[in-house]
Design a protein around this ligand. Structure first.
Ligand SMILES: Cc1cc2nc3c(=O)[nH]c(=O)nc-3n(C[C@H](O)[C@H](O)[C@H](O)COP(=O)(O)OP(=O)(O)OC[C@H]3O[C@@H](n4cnc5c(N)ncnc54)[C@H](O)[C@@H]3O)c2cc1C
Length: 316
């Protein structure tokens, strides 16, 4: 233990969390001190969380002792996002519940479900989880959304930012918000009266600067971005939509994500791959732009897909 704050935190945490989900032994601290990146940090305390109330209580406790907290899903982050030299809260096991909407067009997911498992759940309905990092067999929903992880197929069109509808969040002081629930919104506004007006003020300040807005839109049209996602300030009017989408790419710095509701994507029943050769890179790039028309077919429900419709016109 590095100081008394941790000892006090631990003493109180043990009153909230069963002992068998709190680790402080050398071996497990070493083991949890790494993610898929090349950094190492040894956490002081590791806690396997099991539900929203626990996370809320732990965050308010950490807040009381002014101790930093890091969240972790599968730990496949490549830049040290999932390691800590302070308190590590794990949300994997115990966080695997889901609910598919009746029309199958959206799904609510807890953060500990592995991405590939979401695809297995949706496959019988001809739908899929759009974000597709190459780590999808290990990475979990919480880590995928919070890192805005995406892969070869989804690009910026089907990334978490585009598919996200609402989120359940736990903030650093322990307060909770379900961005889809009117009562939850009202509670936040009552308990934190300056929060939404401040967010609206930031939104309006950004909106007043056209050059900045254009720059933001341009920047987020490409896949490779870093830092907090500020696109929501120009994309949405509703402050709760802004809060929801600010989570994407926040790397656990803004809130704990206890559930997301996301649009599902049509899963093409027939897929093939081919190796194509082009004389120049420019030609290859042009081909991608041309093929994009085919994949831009409106995402339709099962049975209405027409592979020969491009940009709204039949091409074959
Ligand atoms: C072999 C390999 C291939 C990869 N391929 C890709 C790729 O194609 N595209 C890509 O973008 N990335 C890729 N990655 C990086 C990484 O897999 C992704 O970023 C992945 O989404 C991380 O998910 P995770 O479950 O491991 O999250 P973690 O690494 O555990 O956490 C990721 C971040 O989310 C935060 N977090 C986790 N859960 C929560 C929660 N419930 N609430 C709030 N914050 C939370 C953590 O604090 C951390 O900042 C790859 C990694 C590997 C090892």
């Amino acid at each position: 233990m590095i100081n008394n704050q941790y000892i006090e935190f631990l003493r109180e945490a043990k009153l909230l969390i069963p002992q068998n989900r709190i680790y402080t032994d050398e071996l497990r601290r070493l083991a949890w001190g790494t993610d898929a990146g090349f950094y190492r940090m040894i956490p002081q305390i590791i806690i396997r969380s099991a539900n929203e109330e626990e996370v809320s209580q732990l965050l308010s406790l950490a807040n009381k002792y002014k101790l930093p907290v890091t969240f972790r899903a599968a730990g496949t982050s490549l830049s040290g996002q999932a390691i800590s030299d302070s308190i590590l809260i794990i949300a994997g096991k115990h966080w695997e519940e889901y609910h598919i909407a009746e029309d199958r067009l959206s799904v609510s997911l807890q953060p500990g479900i592995i991405g590939e498992k979401v695809n297995e759940i949706l496959a019988p309905f001809g739908r899929k989880f759009a974000p597709d990092p190459a780590s999808i067999k290990s990475a979990m929903v919480g880590g995928i959304v919070i890192n805005n992880a995406s892969g070869m197929s989804c690009g910026t069109k089907g990334n978490s930012d585009k598919m996200l509808l609402s989120a359940k969040l736990v903030f650093a002081d322990g307060s909770m918000l379900n961005t889809a629930d009117v009562n939850s919104r009202k509670r936040l506004e009552t308990n934190h009266p300056s929060f939404i007006p401040q967010l609206i003020a930031i939104r309006d300040k950004i909106r007043a600067n056209k050059k900045l807005c254009d720059r933001i839109k341009y920047k987020y049209a490409i896949k490779n971005v870093t830092g907090l996602n500020i696109l929501p300030f120009v994309r949405f009017n509703d402050p709760y939509d802004i809060i929801t989408h600010l989570m994407v790419g926040s790397e656990g710095t803004l809130a704990f994500l206890s559930e997301v509701t996301m649009r599902t994507e049509y899963d093409y029943p027939f897929k093939a791959s081919a190796m194509l050769y082009f004389k120049t890179i420019k030609e290859a790039c042009k081909a991608v732009v041309d093929m994009k028309g085919i994949t831009d077919i409106q995402d339709t429900q099962e049975g209405t897909f027409n592979p020969f419709r491009r940009n709204g016109h039949l091409v074959g």
